[in-house]
Design a protein around this ligand. Structure first.
Ligand SMILES: Cc1ncc(COP(=O)(O)O)c(C=O)c1O
Length: 446
């Protein structure tokens, strides 16, 4: 049979992708009737589960009421309600929200807000945003500058103009060869060195994921890391920006992951789960200090995108907030996350499982060749891809990632099912993954 030509770009051009026609709860169904357990919510995005009629109705009802107005001309009750809802979810720690259409747009907007703050504060020389190696903040130009994920940016380095990166907070493979029990938070102190070398008068902000997403699959810093970071930021008038695109809205078992560290940022980026998985949304959120500086000085923040603040996205955000509250899903993410972590522990019996980490319903595994030395697997084995392929064959959707060891090696997977996942479903996920791992290890010669 002659294959019909596809007109879509896919990640791997020579791979046949199953065509999904339906979803329900944590399950996806393809056009051949095969069922997949969505153990990662796509890229840790589908927080509420698939096929929710009330989310579809929200989109329909908004579209027939008013589908779009431009933020240069109007506001809408839906946009105001969504922004208020986000600030209330932070218990008033955050004060003002700029709605956009995705995570990269959100991180880009945080840079512009930080820059604008310093211009309006009378410090126009401050423009640099320091970030961390082994981080991910998106794929648009500005976001790529921030991202320290070598694997994802290597083809585009000619477009990367700013490189102000400090080492990651990555205890399993500490860049200072220290252990978290005895270290002096060298990875946090590195920020002070970088600010001083750059010149404090040039540094506008520092951005970090509170708990790492796909670049380090759930790696979290020592609990006092962000307190130290905050001290350094305040000392040099550098704004603390947290990228909560993946962690925000309950994924880490708390509404915002900064709560784990008791250190709210000045500016925060949101995306993914902000729309429950039903609409492309993102947000740059600021505290009162930052927004008041702009409001009371130039009084203008012009950068915008055509779809910024559209009422469809806003209605979905408010509905997502309502759904999370009604079904106590943030608490559930915490509880099911503990259960998932406990069940995953059994996988330590596999020869390649080096580290299992994460919080809430974002749990990662890093694989190694040698558990003692933590030597990574040979990169040419492409273990991360083998796992992904085998899992899909066995009807399991997981996210996998490469390059946690300074971009040269390091295979990982991440689990992040929708928050409605049950204990029995978690048992199924771990059982299928156990089989996947056994086959994958055999395939690469273990
Ligand atoms: C922490 C983090 N920031 C930013 C982004 C970029 O978001 P988007 O893909 O919606 O542009 C992602 C996406 O994976 C992410 O995980």
């Amino acid at each position: 049979m002659i294959k019909k030509k596809k007109n879509s770009f896919s990640v791997h051009f020579n791979k046949d992708y199953p065509s999904i026609v339906r979803g329900e709860g944590i399950y996806l169904y393809d056009d051949q009737g095969k069922r997949y357990v969505d153990a990662s919510g796509g890229p840790l995005m589908s927080n509420l589960g698939h096929g929710l009629k009330e989310m579809a109705e929200t989109i329909y009802n908004q579209a027939v009421k008013i589908e779009y107005v431009f933020r240069m001309d109007f506001t809408t009750p839906e946009m105001e309600a969504a922004c208020t809802g986000i600030c209330e979810a932070s218990n008033g720690v955050m004060d003002r929200v700029f709605l956009v259409s995705g995570g990269s747009e959100a991180t880009e907007t945080t840079i512009k807000i930080a820059r604008k703050y310093h211009i309006d504060a009378g410090n126009p020389s401050k423009f640099k945003i320091i970030s961390r190696w082994m981080s991910y903040h998106g794929m648009t130009g500005g976001a790529m500058n921030l991202s320290g994920f070598p694997f994802r940016r290597k083809d585009y380095t000619p477009y990367i103009s700013n490189n102000f990166h400090i080492p990651p907070a990555y205890c399993y493979r500490c860049w200072y060869n220290k252990a978290p029990e005895t270290c002096n938070l060298e990875c946090a102190n590195a920020l002070e060195n970088e600010i001083l070398c750059q010149g404090p008068e040039t540094v506008a902000g520092f951005i970090a994921e509170p708990i790492s997403g796909m670049s380090l699959c759930g790696a979290a810093p020592r609990l006092d890391y962000f307190k130290r970071i905050r001290q350094i930021c305040d000392k040099y008038d550098v704004l603390l920006i947290m990228d909560e695109v993946l962690t925000g809205f309950g994924r880490s078992g708390k509404f915002f992951a900064y709560e784990h560290f008791d250190t709210p940022p000045d500016i925060m980026a949101l995306g993914k789960g902000l729309g429950g998985g039903y609409f492309p949304v993102g947000a740059a959120v600021t505290n009162a200090r930052v927004v008041d500086m702009i409001a009371n000085n130039s009084g203008v923040f012009a950068p915008g995108h055509t779809w910024a603040g559209n009422p469809m996205a806003a209605a979905v955000i408010s509905k997502t907030l309502e759904f999370l509250e009604e079904h106590q899903l943030v608490q559930r993410s915490a509880e099911m996350g503990v259960y998932l972590a406990r069940q995953l522990e059994a996988l330590h019996s596999h020869p390649t499982v080096g580290d299992i980490r994460g919080e809430g319903l974002m749990r990662g595994i890093e694989f190694v060749k040698d558990k003692e030395t933590r030597e990574p697997l040979p990169p040419e084995k492409k273990f991360w891809m083998v796992l992904h392929e085998l899992a899909q064959k066995l009807g399991l959707v997981i996210e996998s990632s490469f390059g946690c060891d300074r971009g040269q090696a390091g295979d990982q997977v991440m689990f992040g099912p929708p928050f409605i996942v049950t204990k029995t479903q978690i048992d199924d996920i771990v059982e299928i993954f156990d089989k996947v791992l056994t086959q994958a290890e055999k395939q690469i010669g273990f």
